[in-house]
Design a protein. Structure first.
Length: 137
């Protein structure tokens, strides 16, 4: 092999070894976080949603027993993250997801007003509207 071709072949061989590394790079990011109550206890089963402000794409997860959540493989951009749970006020936070990055959001929920709806159903009673007149008049 001529000496001028040998460096070219070696360079092509090295570049071909790097192609899988380039393909494996992740062009997404993630959001993770935790949800606690005013006393610092975890709030399991809270609903957390992430909405892309660019595309409107919505994802929803339920907080586990550890009080944590994660959204993986998100496209880079601005997101609104909202958490809701009965008995607590809902909260939201705006975050920016970057390629290869993870944004951490911690929610400390405050107690909310509880509402109760009472529904009464029934039929109206029949009222006798006849007037009895006495024969003695």
């Amino acid at each position: 092999m001529p000496s001028a071709v040998r460096p070219l072949v070696l360079a092509l061989l090295l570049m071909s070894l790097c192609i899988p590394c380039l393909v494996a790079q992740n062009a997404t990011g993630a959001i993770n976080g935790s949800v606690t109550d005013p006393n610092g206890a975890v709030v399991a089963n809270a609903a957390v949603t992430s909405v892309s402000k660019d595309t409107g794409f919505l994802r929803k997860v339920i907080v586990g027993n550890e009080g944590t959540f994660v959204f993986e493989n998100l496209q880079p951009g601005e997101y609104e993250v909202r958490v809701e749970h009965p008995g607590f006020t809902s909260q939201k936070e705006n975050v920016t997801v970057e390629i290869g990055g993870t944004v951490t959001v911690s929610f400390n929920l405050t107690l909310g007003a509880t509402t109760q709806t009472i529904e009464v159903t029934g039929a109206a009673s029949v009222v006798n509207r006849r007037i009895r007149r006495s024969a003695a008049l």
